[in-house]
Design a binder for this molecule. Structure first.
Ligand code: SF4
Length: 75
């Protein structure tokens, strides 16, 4: 099955470090020294479903998902 998600970004201005995203997808995110989520390369090993769930888990919609045409598909 081909994946829709081609890029993930965390908006550092929006992220409040609650780490819900890490709870859903610990392979894809970690908190840096400023307690802001960063995206790990291993996100590529996860399914679109898990990645959508991780983005949806963010209470402040700080996780942005893009397709291969760089079109924003979430939020
Ligand atoms: S769930 Fe959202 S606010 Fe919380 S760490 Fe992840 S990106 Fe940041």
């Amino acid at each position: 099955m081909s994946k829709r998600i081609n890029k993930i970004e965390v908006d550092r201005e929006l992220c409040i470090g609650v780490a819900s995203c890490i709870g859903v997808a610990p392979e894809a995110y970690e908190l840096d020294e400023e307690q802001i989520a960063i995206v790990l390369d291993d996100w590529k090993t996860l399914s679109d479903d898990t990645l959508f769930a991780s983005a949806e888990s963010c209470p402040v919609n700080a996780i942005f998902l893009y397709d291969k045409d760089n079109k924003q598909i979430y939020p």
